[in-house]
Design a protein around this ligand. Structure first.
Ligand code: NAD
Length: 360
């Protein structure tokens, strides 16, 4: 039987995971679910944001459904004990190198975007970000006295951007395979004109392309990609890029859709084990008020069924149920507009459950 580790975390994490659990429970599927603390909640209970008990549960599970971590009260802790370290620890320990961030603009929500409706209506982009390499993890890094140049002797800080060939190859394979399941188009984003690392990235992605002649590959510099995302986002379908560029572009793409409360994400390793979480954080400003949008988490549960648990039909049922509640005019505060009905977190979760039951 498949095993799901449920890690609600902090802030609205607890509220939105409760709704995703309701949705999973009403599907006619049997899996084992075990819940544990993570982030600030785990620090309070066990003195560490990712205690061994939680890490071992995550390792033993086929998939992890994660809420969000972080709260201002933990910002004074030393870096290693801060809630956000739990996510980095899970990514590192489970080797979750492929991050999937879909940015979908639902027809009913085009008005929530800051861009003109005709630019975003029908938008459906999948950004695949490499998650365990690049300048975020490259060594050496640190502070020192500048060894040369015009400011030799002055204090400086430095990081190292690097990618090995196998790291680029494995994310490229994931991206080509994802593109194959969609429109057969892949855009690889780099900065090959300036950075050695990303000229290498371009060369390796081009090499991997030889195994996917049915997929059309295009390369684009990251500055142009940032512009295209706001100018003509519907031109894009599957986008693959490195850790830092993906971090920035996926947030930009998220904003095209109007609300971060709608966007799921998946981080996978090469065994299809994955961590599924909403793209947003723990939103301490609205935590405990019962007004958070649970749909990103519910849609993350759908991605989990699709990618880690081989339950494509159930994933599609959840996605159809979400579309149906939006079509009924139900909206949490973050996506509410005139003429729609404002509902709270639990009422939105209940509506998705009702829509699932109505599917028969
Ligand atoms: P955030 O995403 O938590 O919130 C940004 C804004 O979006 C807030 O106004 C919030 O109310 C709103 N928002 C977010 N999710 C929402 C939802 N589901 N429904 C309605 N509104 C929603 O980002 P932040 O405020 O920069 O960070 C808050 C905390 O979350 C920090 O401690 C940060 O480190 C942490 N964080 C965690 C993750 C994660 O767990 N993966 C990701 C990002 C930030």
């Amino acid at each position: 039987m498949s095993k799901i580790a449920i890690l609600p975390g902090d802030g609205i994490g607890v509220e939105i995971i409760a709704e995703a659990r309701k949705v999973l429970a009403c599907l006619d599927l049997s899996f084992e679910m075990e819940q544990a603390e993570v982030g600030g909640a785990a620090y309070v209970a066990h003195g560490h944001p990712l205690p061994d008990s939680t890490l071992n549960l995550a390792k033993s599970a086929d998939a992890i459904l994660f809420g969000a971590v972080g709260d201002w009260q933990f910002d004074k802790l030393e870096r290693a004990l801060r809630p956000e370290q739990a996510i980095l620890g899970l990514r590192k320990n489970l080797q979750l190198f492929a991050n999937f961030r879909p940015a979908i603009c639902y027809e009913e929500l085009t008005a929530a975007s800051t861009l003109k409706p005709e630019i975003v209506a029908g938008l459906d982009i999948l950004i695949i970000r490499e998650l365990t390499g690049d300048i975020y993890f490259g060594q050496p890094r640190g502070r020192r006295e500048s060894p040369d140049g015009a400011f030799a002797g002055a204090p400086e800080a430095f990081d190292t951007m690097r990618y090995t060939k196998p790291e680029i190859e494995r994310i490229a394979h994931v991206a080509f395979q994802a593109a194959r399941k969609r429109r057969g188009k892949l855009l690889s984003v780099d900065k090959a004109n300036v950075l050695e690392t990303f000229q290498f990235w371009r060369d390796v992605v081009t090499e991997v392309h030889a195994g996917y002649p049915d997929v059309e590959l295009e390369h684009m510099y990251v500055d142009n990609a940032a512009m295209q995302l706001v100018k003509a986002p519907k031109r894009l379908d599957v986008v693959v890029t490195g850790n830092m560029f993906g971090d920035i572009l996926s947030d930009e793409a998220a904003m095209l859709t109007g609300s971060i409360g709608m966007l799921p994400s998946a981080s996978l390793n090469d065994r299809k084990q994955g961590l599924y979480e909403p793209s947003h954080g723990s939103a301490p400003d609205i935590a405990g008020k019962g007004i958070a949008n649970p749909l990103a988490t519910i849609l993350s549960a759908a991605m989990m069924l699709r990618f880690s648990l081989d339950q494509e039909a159930a994933a599609q049922r959840i996605e159809a149920a979400v579309k149906s509640v939006l079509a009924q005019g139900l909206r949490t505060a973050d996506i509410h507009s005139e003429g729609t009905r404002k509902v709270g977190t639990a009422e939105m979760g209940d509506a998705v459950v009702a829509a699932l039951k109505a599917q028969g």
